[in-house]
Design a protein around this ligand. Structure first.
Ligand code: GLC
Length: 454
């Protein structure tokens, strides 16, 4: 009889091979796009997650994702959330953003004008941990100033009150486009008359048939047309100011200290310090001061009576009390107390919150916002699982982390490398052959190997 562990190992090896194939097929000149068709451009945190996965088997290619992304960094330190595919047929996508209207953008690289969760330090650390020391030090030395410039930009431009909590100006910057706390703010967006008219006449439902993404995914699994039009309009407002933040923040619909972004940023700060230390370099004093402020003031996002963290409106100071997966990401930040970590853990194991058959739902199942197949309003995403697994391990919840690893792998093994999954039954949603799902599954399988070999 076959040893069951051997059988399991064999199927995991097959899964890794299939994941590598997806990542190869999604590469253009070795640079990985999120998915063919729907996402033909390179995207910030997608590129970092791809690099983390690829570093398990091809360090050169992993490094290339990072080095080449950083080439698009603006002269003020900003790293844009999209680098556009230069093929002629994508002229419209490039035109929507027109990054050249800002004198700070890279002349030769068409990009967006906003950023996304700062996953670079994590990706660099992960890749570095697999490199030979000499080579690693050389690379860290080359890259450190760019990462420092990025973190300095976030503090300079997105920290208007000096609290160290970073303010986002568009839902796309969160990476969790239609997450409920932001959807509430979106309702307050003053859209122009023609968008309101389309909504009023319910033409937005008709428009579903003409949407670009509807070519690839059922519109019921995406942002609604109502939301998409407002998001587009919010982008136009930012573009009109040529992406100059001093002119944007005062009149911006969105000025939110986002809990997911800030959790990832704080972790990135910790890792940046480690990168600098490993090559005996000092970080600038003002940066270190800001980093300490971020850690201390992160507690301002904790709401004691609800025993959880929320995003906060930067202008008016109120918390956005819609629960979502973002509220669990402080586990990844690594700077919350043991007691707070335990309270978040309890939400993960509670059946009315995040404990589904295929965790973790992006919105608690008892929330009125919960829709199991709609984008960031319910489905499980492998990148979020990866972040929370990492956080759980660092807070000592190892068993839960292993269980979540196994369930994430099972979900993908059953159905394929989809963008997201219905957390109730594991059925797939979004596009297939999605890069970060493939990449992070390679990484999660490798994390699980010691367990299987034991
Ligand atoms: C979607 C996701 C975003 C991701 C992008 C490309 O917009 O919400 O997080 O970066 O797709 O995969």
């Amino acid at each position: 009889m076959q040893n069951p562990k051997k059988g399991q190992l064999a199927s995991l090896v097959k899964l890794i091979d299939a994941a590598k194939k997806v990542l190869n097929e999604n590469s253009i000149d070795d640079l990985i796009i999120p998915a063919r068709g729907l996402y033909p451009h390179r995207v910030l945190w997608d590129s970092c997650f791809a690099a983390i996965g690829v570093s398990n088997y091809d360090l050169g290619k992993a490094r290339l994702q990072i080095d080449s992304y950083l080439e698009a960094q603006w002269s003020n330190g900003m790293i844009p959330h999209i680098i556009f595919n230069s093929r002629p047929e994508y002229w419209w996508d490039r035109h929507i953003w027109r990054s050249k209207i800002s004198s700070l953008s890279k002349r030769s690289i068409a990009t967006s004008g906003i950023t996304q969760p700062p996953m670079f330090a994590e990706a660099v650390m992960q890749i570095g941990s697999r490199m030979q020391t000499d080579e690693r030090d050389q690379w860290f030395n080359q890259i450190l100033d760019k990462l420092v410039a990025y973190h300095q930009w976030l503090y300079r431009e997105r920290n208007p009150k000096g609290t160290g909590l970073i303010t986002l100006i568009h839902p796309w910057e969160t990476g969790l486009d239609n997450t409920p706390p932001w959807l509430v703010s979106l309702k307050h967006h003053h859209a122009p008359w023609w968008i309101n008219m389309l909504t009023w006449l319910q033409i937005d439902k008709l428009a579903d048939h003409f949407r670009f993404d509807a070519k690839y995914v059922d519109p019921s699994e995406r942002s609604t047309t109502y939301e998409a039009l407002r998001l587009y309009d919010a982008l136009r407002q930012i573009r009109r100011k040529k992406y100059a933040l001093s002119k944007i923040l005062n009149n911006s619909t969105f000025a939110i200290e986002d809990i997911a972004f800030n959790s990832i940023f704080i972790r990135a700060n910790t890792l940046l310090k480690k990168i600098a230390l490993s090559i005996h370099r000092n970080l600038p004093e003002d940066l270190l001061k800001n980093m300490s402020a971020s850690e201390a003031n992160f507690q301002q996002l904790w709401v004691k009576e609800d025993r959880t963290f929320y995003s906060r409106n930067q202008k008016y100071g109120h918390h956005l009390k819609e629960d979502s997966i973002g509220s669990l990401l402080p586990l990844y930040s690594g700077v919350i107390s043991e007691t707070q970590a335990k309270l978040l853990y309890q939400k993960i194991v509670s059946k009315k919150d995040f404990n589904t058959r295929f965790p973790l739902p992006s919105v608690p199942i008892s929330s009125p916002w919960f829709k199991p197949r709609r984008y960031w309003q319910g489905p499980s995403w492998v990148n979020i699982n990866w972040l929370i697994i990492d956080g759980l391990k660092r807070y000592g919840f190892t068993e839960k982390a292993i269980e979540l690893t196994k369930k994430s792998i099972l979900m993908v093994e059953n159905k394929g490398f989809y963008e997201y999954f219905n957390p109730l039954d594991g059925t797939p949603a979004g596009v297939n052959d999605f890069s970060w799902t493939a990449a992070l599954i390679v990484d999660l399988v490798n994390q699980l190997l010691p367990e299987l070999n034991a």
